[in-house]
Structure formats: C-alpha cells, structure tokens
Design a protein around this ligand. Structure first.
Ligand SMILES: [Zn+2]
Length: 246
C-alpha cells in the first residue's frame, strides 16, 4: 500500500476526516487510475472532481475541436479556445489545477481500434460519452477485461447513473440492446448544470468503487430529474439473452 506524504495529508485532510473514509481510502485513491471518455459537459466535471480527490492517474479520450455551443457546459475548455482541439485544453486545465496528477489525454474518442488500449491501462472507466455506439463499445470492452464501468447519461433535464461490475451486475447492453433509433447526437438540449451535477455524482461513484467506501449503484439505476429536483432509484436486471453478459 502506498504511503501519504505530509503534503497529501494536509491537502486531503478535509475528506480524510469523513467517518469511514480516512487515510485508507486516500491511499487507495493514490494507487488508482481511471479513464474518462469525453471530457465535455459531463466528463469534464467528472475528471475535475477525480483530480481534486487525489486519484493518481487519469486517461482522457476526447476528439474534435471546441465550438461556441460547447461553452455553456464544457468547463475544462477555454473561452479563447474555439476552433482548437478540445483534449489539450482539458489536459492543461487539469494539470494547472492538480500538478501532482498523472495525465494522458488522447485527442480522439473511444473507437474499435483504441478501446482495448484505453481500457487496459486503468482500474475503472467513467463512460461520459453521449454516443450510444461508443457507450456500447466501452461496455463490451470493460466486460471483456473485467473492469468496472461507471455509466452516466443525460438528456435534457434528466440524468441517469449506474455502476457495471463484471461479472456481477447487468451490463449496459441489457438495458440498451442496440443504438436507439431515436437518438441524434445533436438532437438533445443541455443546460450545463445538469451534466455538471451528473459529473460530480459520477466522480463520487467512481471514488466509492475505487476505495470501497459507502454503497455503490451496482445493479441500481439512479435517475435525477433537474426540473423537479427529484432523485429516484430503480433496480435493473440482467437480460438472459444479452450478447455481452448473458
Ligand atoms: Zn448485459
């Protein structure tokens, strides 16, 4: 088990003092790594809160360049960064915030040719992609490699969160058998504070999975409705004929 330095004990003392968390959970975080796929409105805050909590290493995967309409939610980006690649902007923001963080930022999304490499170098995956094809790809790879995946998704004012733990829980493909025909990558509205809230919850869930602290959403779907401010939880079950986990 890694030891904490005097600097780390001081930096993280406010979370170490939480009952049940303590130095043990902090040492586990210091030995942990996570992949965050897409670091936009959802994955950006997820990565930021993981960096703040003291995770040792983050791997990011996010392609594309910054557009004006990204700036209502993509808080790792720069106001003067429109037209420039997004991954280096997220990399710079996280490094300035936490110089102790080990960070590797890929300038492309998770795709069939890189997904094994992305998943293979971390302890846990935070799936923050809005693309159902990419999410199902990550789900299958996490299942193949036996890596936990915190699965986050949102649409308008509603947000969903669950944790997939191979081979124990249902997987994403149990509830989303294929890319839904209603889905359009640019067809849903986003108010930044909704993915921001979900990003914080995603990081909190990842911290709990990595440290064993608290209760996690394994086999449970958390639904947050930002319009009426309700949180609901539902049990989800394995689909016997699921091609990934069945
Ligand atoms: Zn399944």
């Amino acid at each position: 088990m890694v030891e904490l330095t005097e600097w780390e004990l001081e930096k993280f003392k406010r979370q170490i003092q939480i009952p049940g968390f303590g130095e043990e959970a902090q040492r586990k975080l210091k030995a942990s790594s996570a992949l965050v796929t897409r670091v936009g409105g959802l994955g950006g805050p997820t990565a930021m809160w993981l960096a703040a909590a003291g995770i040792r290493r983050l791997v990011l995967a996010h392609g594309g360049t910054l557009t004006p309409s990204n700036l209502n939610r993509q808080i790792l980006m720069r106001g003067d960064g429109v037209g420039k690649p997004r991954a280096p902007q997220a990399d710079e923001t996280l490094r300035r915030f936490n110089p102790d963080l080990e960070l590797k930022a890929y300038g492309e999304d998770a795709k069939p040719h890189n997904v094994a490499e992305l998943v293979g170098q971390v302890d846990l995956v935070c799936d923050c992609s809005p693309d159902f094809g990419e999410r199902l790809l990550l789900n299958a790879e996490c299942w193949r490699q036996g890596k936990p995946m915190v699965e986050a998704g949102m649409n308008g004012m509603e947000a969903h969160l669950t944790t997939i733990l191979p081979p124990h829980t249902p997987c994403l493909q149990c509830t989303v058998p294929e890319v839904p025909d209603w889905w359009d990558p640019l067809g849903f509205g986003v108010l930044g504070a909704v993915p921001g809230t979900l990003g914080a919850l995603t990081a909190l869930e990842a911290i709990k999975v990595l440290t064993g602290f608290g209760e996690i959403l394994a086999g449970t779907l958390l639904v947050f409705d930002g319009e009426d401010m309700t949180f609901s939880k539902f049990a989800i079950s394995k689909r016997p004929d699921c091609p990934v986990c069945g």
